[in-house]
Design a protein around this ligand. Structure first.
Ligand code: PGA
Length: 249
């Protein structure tokens, strides 16, 4: 996975179901006008209706943008769904796949998630594939086994396709809770997944950490070995907070 400059990490915002034309305009205009050499590689995943606006305002900048989901189908009679092809029309590069909120509220399972990953890769999108354990699973000592199960299908992709995937480790108990995972916990999981990928012949890997990332803990989290960036929910809604996290220190 290529980043635009050396030492750069990926700082990706997931706005979830937040935003308005007015608020987004202020955020995206400010983002467009920063000196991108001073910042890590930034990206923003916005709700579908705002892809047009993101494309209009960020086009020509080094900021990446994308969606938070796509359909597992190419096209056709799937009321309410949005295809990979459609988001490409708005010059998206990124798409979040398998976020825990979709697994929970939309009942997405591994085979749907796998189809979405394949469709995004076929359309030259970068899938940001989310995985992570519940508190119960962690407390029972089953974290790594659970993650292996979650990623089993994904690891069947060939190594060239796997090297185009961004993974995002997001323990469910850390999302929106104010409690990020610890250095040991993050290192263990990232190292485990990286090893699995290396064993499959993938030499270029990218794994983000997500879960209560903010400007106070971001430099600590970004300095953990094996962390190639962060996926940010709540703290990505405020431009100043997002920029503080993204600046190269
Ligand atoms: P959070 O969300 O930063 O608000 O914890 C992270 C995510 O769900 O991607």
């Amino acid at each position: 996975m290529n980043k635009s400059h050396i030492n750069s990490k990926f700082i990706i915002g997931n706005w979830k179901m937040n935003g308005s034309l007015k608020e987004n305009f202020i955020f995206l205009s400010k983002l467009k006008n920063i000196n991108s050499n001073k910042y890590h590689q930034m990206g923003i995943c916005v709700p579908f209706p705002y892809l047009f606006q993101a494309n209009e305002l960020l086009n020509g900048s080094k900021i990446l943008w994308g969606a938070q989901d796509i359909s597992s189908y190419d096209k056709g009679a799937y009321t309410g769904q949005v295809s990979a092809f459609m988001i490409k029309d708005f010059n998206c590069k990124l798409v979040i796949i398998g976020h825990s909120e979709r697994r929970l509220f939309q009942h997405e399972n591994e085979s749907i998630i796998f189809k979405k990953i394949v469709i995004s890769l076929n359309n030259s999108l970068i899938p940001i594939v989310c995985f992570g354990e519940t508190l119960n699973i962690r407390n029972n000592g089953n974290t790594l086994a659970y993650i292996d199960k979650q990623l089993k299908k994904v690891f069947k992709l060939n190594k060239d396709l796997l090297s185009r995937v961004i993974f995002a480790y997001e323990p469910l108990w850390a999302i929106g809770s104010g409690y990020s995972a610890t250095q040991e916990q993050i290192y263990e999981v990232h190292n485990h997944v990286k090893k699995r990928l290396y064993n499959l012949g993938v030499t270029s890997t990218c794994i983000l950490y997500g879960g209560s990332v903010n400007s106070k803990n971001s430099s600590y989290l970004l300095n953990i070995s094996g962390v190639d960036g962060v996926l940010i929910g709540g703290a990505s809604l405020l431009i100043d907070e997002f920029l503080k996290i993204s600046i190269i220190s």
